[in-house]
Design a protein around this ligand. Sequence first.
Ligand code: ACO
Length: 437
Amino acid sequence: MSNNNSQDTVRITRVDGEAADLPLYHGTYGTPCIDVRGMPRDIDCFTYDPGYATTASCSSSITYIDGEQGVLLYRGYPIEQLAEHSSYLEVCYLLMYGELPTIRQMHWFRNRIRYHSMVHEALRRFYEGFRHDAHPMAIMETTTSALSAFYHDKIDINDPEHREICAHRLIAKMPSMASYAYKYSIGQPFMYPDNDLGFVENFLRMMFAVPAEEYRPNPVFVRALEMILILHADHEQNASTSTVRLVSSSGANPFASVAAGIASLWGPAHGGANEAVINMLEEITQSDATVEDFIERAKDKSDPFKLMGFGHRVYKNYDPRAKLIRQACHDLLNELGEDNENQPLFEAAMELERIALEDEYFVERKLYPNVDFYSGIMLRAMGIPLNMFTVIFAIARTVGWIAHWNEMMDDPELRIGRPRQLYTGPERRDYVDIGER
Ligand code: ACO
């Protein structure tokens, strides 16, 4: 194939001379995209791209990542500014509606989310059906999916008002459902939401309060968690968001689609990495092996071990979220005092980072710490149990999934997601009776 680039079209020519002139699209920023939809018609070819590493599956105006420069923008606003000045709910509004809210809009939005914070009483009884040691992500998948059985009154996906109510319900109920998954696992009573509290305070209260005692969330933890939620709120077409888009492209309801997003997020190559990082750091601090030994293992192709929290499909530079989280983690641990039990993990993480960033293997492959590398240490320092880390990620990412779902539903180019394949199986053959095989 050869390329003959003009400003708005690209000519793709097969070696046999057949050619297709394909439109070239330029977004606000980023690599331009060739519209390959005419290829099967013009030159009888599909594109082959396992993992969709070079395929734009849609156009989107929500989030922009420049992986080479380490830039992340939500609706044009740099993540650093939002992390410093904004709140999670304000970021939710921004991602959903495209603009930062006025005071009045923020007041309205906060009330909408508060209004939907409780879950149906019958859904609360679902939790009793799980083993006490079930992973909370497994519970989250199930209970999120079950929401469609409880809230089918407003589930017409073609009605913008219904879509908005579904979106508010999902954002509002996710912390309640997450805290129930935790409370059930430790045998404590579920706490109802307290709608006088902010989103993060409310979640911490539902997680850690008991009916017998007064509970006041630590403001340092509130701010730290607020930042973690902001940083995880969206990340354009990642695996779980693409899953939500694919599932809902068939017209599936948003609760089912977000449940599928949760399933995708749980994988250790995606959101499950924050849990895996802590397991790795604990292994490092508790074993006799040195940090260098672990780096060597990560480089050894015959060893399945990878440096968890390192590497990213899009970032070929320091993940800007990791930069912010590293500093926030440092500040949080300082606040808790030098002798807190998480300090050794933080020090091991920094040592790992320092050695990896000087190592040829990591430098050559442009492998840098990602958002999960330090977030787990922060969550651990706040007393969040390990198996709830990815759940917190799911709470944060719900708005991203919802914003993409909404954008997709309004997209005139929406078609059911249906990739092609390169068939490599057997050629046509005839059935042989079982006794004759
Ligand atoms: N440790 C060691 N080597 C690595 C790592 C790592 N963490 N990440 C990538 N590599 C190596 C690969 O083995 C590959 O080497 P090769 O070229 O010699 O074959 C090369 O770097 C390129 O990596 P790919 O796997 O092709 O990159 P891909 O974009 O497919 O995967 C991913 C990205 C899944 C994030 C990967 O880097 C990884 O598994 N990292 C660890 C898990 C992790 O931290 N996940 C969180 C991602 S961020 C998020 O979801 C919030």
